[in-house]
Design a protein around this ligand. Structure first.
Ligand SMILES: O=c1[nH]cnc2c1ncn2[C@@H]1O[C@H](CO)[C@@H](O)[C@H]1O
Ligand SMILES: [Zn+2]
Length: 385
């Protein structure tokens, strides 16, 4: 008997078919390399470092593999560079929804910074409407291909800029019209989230939702500010919360006050393992804090961050975690339910996704697995699992 049939390790095919929930994915970090090449040609964008899709895909992964968030972020000039027209935005958003659906993602919140897409003369509103249109088209095309996905947009403000309040107002205006929340992103060191307190206070007064990139390139002070000064509903990454968790030689664990708060309040951590390896926040999958955070029952979720720059997908992220930590379909379900609970759509809609899509999806995969087990052990004594 192979180890595959003896253990309950999901296969790559099962991982892909398992219903997955994605809360942290950048629209401008997930383009198909072939699309970048075509858009660049159409728009006369001549600064691409490679003109063949395969080489360009490799270039992004290698350039992003720098160990520094600042250098990682430089690669976005080329994706943002070809996302300056309405048609380009519609196409990129459509393909994003299609690619996620194909990968078994059933619910996604995809973020982008509208202020970065104005160079071709579009207004902020036109940018948001183009992206929304693309997501709706992508959802329809996915459905026609037998995949069900729902995509909500998060509007990001860039933390080095000074437009956060304006973007927060934009997110509020398009609430219930495809936009489900707000975020700030960009270089973390030197740009604390409190610079944008006015935007967060405005959103709180409007009963709106937001997440903050924090605890990725900078540690606990950034997480503390994001939660206790700004009132973030979720943490983008938040991986450095590990700095407030002490694992003693005997294996016992002591949480500091901030880590306790994050766990006690069920603050969702939008963890992005591959991205963290590239920017230096973790050194290998098996050493990634997600293993400990999952064991300690933090509200941990699994995310892609930037599929292009990391050459990844939700399935790839789970494949890495399955390999590093021996995760089962039950673990995958736990992460997916965690993420769905943490989404910014209304409670009843989250519950419906959990009960009608996620749980039945995993139940089906597990029953297939049990069936295979029974078939492969039919002439040997029953095995304890
Ligand atoms: O992991 C990250 N940390 C901080 N900022 C990021 C990360 N990934 C992407 N962006 C930034 O967010 C912008 C809007 O999508 C991107 O253009 C990029 O500059
Ligand atoms: Zn991010």
């Amino acid at each position: 008997m192979t180890s595959q049939t003896m253990s309950n390790t999901p296969t790559p095919d099962q991982i892909r078919r398992a219903p997955k929930v994605l809360l942290h994915d950048h629209l401008d970090g997930g383009l198909r390399p072939g699309t970048i090449v075509e858009l660049a040609r159409e728009q006369g964008y001549s600064r691409l470092p490679e003109t063949g899709p395969d080489k360009l895909g490799i270039w992004f992964r290698e350039a992003a593999d720098s160990g520094s968030l600042e250098r990682y972020l430089e690669t976005f000039s080329h994706t943002v560079g070809v996302m300056q027209t309405r048609d380009a935005l519609v196409r990129v958003a459509r393909e994003c929804a299609e690619d996620l659906a194909e990968d078994g993602v059933v619910y996604a919140e995809v973020r982008y910074a509208p202020e970065q897409h104005l160079e071709g003369g579009l207004t902020l509103e036109e940018v948001v409407e183009a992206v929304n249109e693309g997501f709706r088209e992508g959802e329809r095309l996915a459905r026609a291909n037998g995949h069900r996905i729902r995509v909500g947009a998060l509007l990001t403000a860039m933390r080095h800029a000074a437009r956060a309040l304006e973007i927060a107002e934009l997110a509020n205006r398009y609430r219930d019209l495809g936009v489900v929340g707000f975020d700030i992103a960009g270089a973390e060191a030197g740009y604390p989230p409190t610079r944008h307190l006015d935007a967060f206070e405005y959103l709180k007064r409007e009963n709106n939702h937001f997440t903050i990139h924090a605890g990725e390139a900078f540690g606990l002070p950034s997480i503390w500010q994001a939660l206790q000064w700004c009132g973030a509903d979720r943490l983008g990454h938040g991986v450095r919360i590990i700095d407030d968790i002490q694992v003693r030689a005997d294996g016992s664990v002591k949480l500091g006050r901030l880590a306790s708060y994050v766990r006690d309040k069920r603050i969702p951590l939008e963890l992005c393992p591959s991205s963290n390896l590239q920017t230096g926040a973790a050194s290998s999958y098996s050493e990634h804090p997600i293993g400990l955070l999952r064991r300690l029952h933090f509200r941990a979720t699994v995310n892609t961050d930037n599929r292009l720059m990391s050459g990844t997908s939700m399935s790839r992220e789970f494949e890495h975690l399955v390999e590093a930590f021996g995760y089962s379909l039950d673990d995958m379900q736990w992460f997916s339910v965690n993420a769905m609970k943490s989404a910014f759509i209304p409670f009843d809609e989250r519950l419906a996704m959990i009960n009608d899509v996620i749980k039945p999806g995993y139940a089906e995969l597990k029953s297939e697995w049990l069936f295979q087990q029974t078939a492969s052990t039919s002439d040997s004594p029953a095995r304890e699992g």
